[in-house]
Ligand binder design. Structure first.
Ligand code: XMP
Length: 517
């Protein structure tokens, strides 16, 4: 296993993902982790991330020097390399040539890390690497024991190595895809230098998770709030395999779910997999609570609060439940840790419906705490969940409640469900579903005039929204083909009585958010 030390770079999570892709387990810990904790983690190697600070000014974050006495390989990336240089007796200076973006690195192929890894060879026999750089500082003097490993025009020391101690530093970012050979460099480090095998595969992960859940809960009973989303579904499937009848799921049907979503959850879990699922039909309660409310934040609070109430009521009836399972995944954990160290910039705060009912004295079971979304999905497929469920677009906790602008009414939810279903069905049929990151319809409570046959219609409007994004923090509206949009619009207007006009949302994020509320 690899220990990744976070100095606050936006790319730290990417390093972890790449290491996991190489089949090696890793964890991210903040830069002020103690020497004892590092030792307790028992890593086979350590990676020091980049970061926004400068080693030449103020009181820069330093990793406990004991990292260099663990006897395991250390790879410093960008700031990680600079602090390694400074802490081991080298020099770092603020460069007048800052470098951001593409760069060409001349790699001397004589180190274990970069040997035979190159994009092309120069006539003089140097290997050249196309890489992604972003730095203001540079190492100006190697620490003793180190030799030069790579250089660029503006950073004569763009890589350094002490092969006896197996310490390496690179000024560029191997974790980003713009660094063409980046994955090979990281694989060389974790496999070739640290000696880790590629054991982090879905099958092995599942076996390990099952073992640890069994150890944690013993013969106790566990309750899980199933939402139909990917994370809680995968937890459900995993726990079912791990503890079978000791699991009870509670599925709250808020009346704000997508077309036939409740039936699908029941079909998959209860009928197909034999999981014990209690379905609570709470549509009336939700609609009642939302009556007359049109402020988005208030709607979110009401939906979130009521969800917990209903779940809490049901879970408390299970007198034997000792544990509450949750679909927390690794990015959730890192985000809240990031805000604690104050170094990583927290970009998005979580606003999930659910959360821990405080009155219930239950222990927490969070088997996916160490996994990234793509790993969760792969495990889900391996556990036998339908692909369409596992690779579904994200759906917000408050559901259709934030896609019906203003007051939520059953009539609106029913119209929206139909329109949304047509849109999604057509995306799938035209092989566009997996090419968009998220797509849905939004209900606009305004009426517009139309004609149909000889009659006049005065009906509601829906907007279609489809975006492409990697991280949901920024997004581009999906440039869906006109003919496709035309087809979807016709179907909605013809098939959904009550809707007479369809519009397409062409706003990017920022400034527009993905959801309308
Ligand atoms: P926005 O609208 O903020 O959405 O651009 C970004 C992503 O987050 C989802 N989203 C939510 N998810 N509860 C959730 O669980 C919420 O209140 C919520 N609001 C937005 C949204 O669907 C998109 O994927």
């Amino acid at each position: 296993r690899i220990l990744i030390i976070d100095f606050g770079s936006q790319y730290t999570q990417l390093i972890a993902r790449r290491v996991r892709e190489a089949g090696v387990f890793c964890e991210i810990h903040p830069w002020d982790i103690s020497g004892a904790d590092m030792q307790a983690f028992a890593p086979s190697g350590v990676i020091l991330s980049g970061g926004p600070e400068s080693v030449t000014t103020g009181t820069p974050p330093r990793i406990d020097d004991r990292v260099f006495q663990l006897g395991v390989p250390v790879l410093g990336i960008c700031y990680g390399m600079q602090t390694m240089a400074a802490q081991l007796g080298g020099q770092v200076e603020t460069s007048d040539h800052q470098e951001f973006g593409y760069a060409e690195v001349r790699a001397r192929g004589h180190t274990q890390l970069l040997k035979d890894i190159e994009d092309r060879t120069t006539p003089e026999g140097y290997g050249m690497l196309d890489v992604w750089m972003s730095h203001g500082d540079r190492v100006s003097e190697l620490p003793s024991g180190f030799k030069l490993m790579a250089s660029t025009e503006s950073a004569p020391i763009a890589g350094m190595a002490d092969e006896d101690r197996r310490f390496y530093g690179v000024q560029f970012h191997p974790e980003v895809t713009h660094t063409v050979q980046g994955q090979r460099v990281l694989e060389r480090f974790v496999h070739g230098i640290c000696g880790c095998g590629d054991l982090w595969t879905p099958g092995n992960i599942i076996d390990e998770l099952i073992d640890s859940v069994r150890r944690q809960v013993g013969s106790d009973h566990v309750v899980l709030g199933l939402s139909g989303g990917v994370d809680s579904s995968v937890v459900g499937a995993l726990l079912h395999r791990a503890i079978g009848d000791q699991l009870t799921c509670v599925f709250v049907d808020t009346g704000l779910l997508r077309h036939q979503e409740g039936d699908q959850v029941m079909a998959t879990f209860a009928r197909h997999m034999g999981v014990r699922v209690i379905r609570i039909d709470a549509e009336q309660r939700f609609l009642e609570a939302l009556k007359g409310i049109d402020d988005p934040e208030q709607k979110r609070k009401i939906i979130g609060g009521l969800f917990i109430d209903v779940f809490d009521e049901e879970a408390s009836k299970l007198s034997n439940a000792r544990w509450l399972a949750q679909g927390t995944i690794y990015p959730d954990v890192i985000e809240s840790a990031g805000s604690k160290t104050g170094k990583a910039h927290v970009i998005k705060s979580h606003h999930n419906v659910g959360g821990l009912p405080e009155t219930m004295k239950l222990g927490l079971v969070e088997p996916l705490r160490e996994l990234f979304k793509d790993e969760v999905r792969r495990i889900g497929v391996e556990l036998g969940l339908p692909r369409e469920m596992v690779y579904r677009h994200p759906f917000p906790g408050p559901g259709l409640g934030v896609r019906i602008l203003g007051e939520v009414k059953k009539e609106y939810a029913d119209l929206l469900r139909k329109a949304d279903h047509i849109f999604i069905e057509e995306l799938r049929k035209h092989d566009l579903y997996d090419k968009t990151s998220q797509a849905f319809a939004v209900f606009l409570p305004v009426k517009s005039v139309g004609v149909m046959g000889d009659g006049r219609r005065y009906d509601y409007v829906v907007a279609l929204r489809a975006v492409e994004t990697i991280d949901f923090m920024t997004a581009r509206w999906a440039h869906l083909p006109y003919d496709f949009l035309d087809h979807v619009s016709r179907r909605i207007i013809n098939e959904v009585r009550g809707i007479s006009r369809v519009t397409y949302d062409i706003s990017g994020k920022p400034p527009a958010t993905i959801e309308w509320e």
